[in-house]
Design a protein around this ligand. Sequence first.
Ligand SMILES: Cc1cc2nc3c(=O)[nH]c(=O)nc-3n(C[C@H](O)[C@H](O)[C@H](O)COP(=O)(O)OP(=O)(O)OC[C@H]3O[C@@H](n4cnc5c(N)ncnc54)[C@H](O)[C@@H]3O)c2cc1C
Ligand code: FES
Length: 249
Amino acid sequence: MLVEENKQLSRDIFALELTGEFPYEKATSGQFVNLLIGDGKGHPLRRPLSIASCNPETKTLTLVYRVVGDGTKWLSERCPGDVLDVLGPLGRGFPAPQNPGTVLVVGGGVGVPPLYQLAKELGAAGFKLHIVLGFKNQDDVFWTREFAEFGDVVVCTEDGSLGKKGFVTEALNVNENWTTLYSCGPKPMLKALKAHFQGRDIKGYVSLEERMACGVGACWGCTCLDPDGSAAKRICKEGPVFSWEEVSL
Ligand SMILES: Cc1cc2nc3c(=O)[nH]c(=O)nc-3n(C[C@H](O)[C@H](O)[C@H](O)COP(=O)(O)OP(=O)(O)OC[C@H]3O[C@@H](n4cnc5c(N)ncnc54)[C@H](O)[C@@H]3O)c2cc1C
Ligand code: FES
């Protein structure tokens, strides 16, 4: 695919807009793509990034990533007109809510990007959304105005430098009538959310991350466990999105 734009959103977060050949119509929120870094010789393993936005009309695919190592550093140096080798869409995305009512969307850090495509899809389907986005501090914050097009947005930062101070769970009243919770972010956040709503009538989904090798279910290098710890599930194939009942957090 062709790089259209590679824009710095905050300290180390970039939004990469790609265009060109891609099965845009088939992609759904929560799925990911696997990117070849350079010619693949230095970094034989592709790097997985979630689909942050996919627009079949304009034929654009947007990925939002944090620079954490060599691969993402290389990506941050790509310029308009550069060509990238993109495999996808891969994995199983977010299912539609089973019940009507207000949907809760909770993202943390670079878990926020896939929830943008989800918010777009749920907004277009007429769902009311309450969106809570958590970041370490104000330097990490991105796309809060973009999310506000689709619902109420609450921003939390761990140090209180922007929005509410504290973790996302502190901004969530368990007595609200939310029917479905979609979440993506660090594992401790996903675990805390599940515990926070324990015993409540809410259907929960998490999008999990693990270091990946093949990205297509062949190597079993990205597994998590089912709730009783007896069977492995491949995050790239059976996930990355799972219901609370399907995995142990
Ligand atoms: C399904 C899926 C979707 C993802 N979506 C996004 C996204 O939308 N935006 C985004 O910024 N990142 C996302 N990631 C994480 C992203 O793939 C990694 O940050 C990236 O591969 C790092 O490559 P690198 O070469 O820059 O870093 P490396 O040099 O490979 O690693 C640098 C550091 O990052 C850590 N790291 C690398 N990969 C992961 C990982 N998967 N989980 C936790 N820590 C990791 C390493 O342990 C190391 O400390 C996703 C991962 C998965 C599995
Ligand atoms: S990365 Fe190979 S099975 Fe998931």
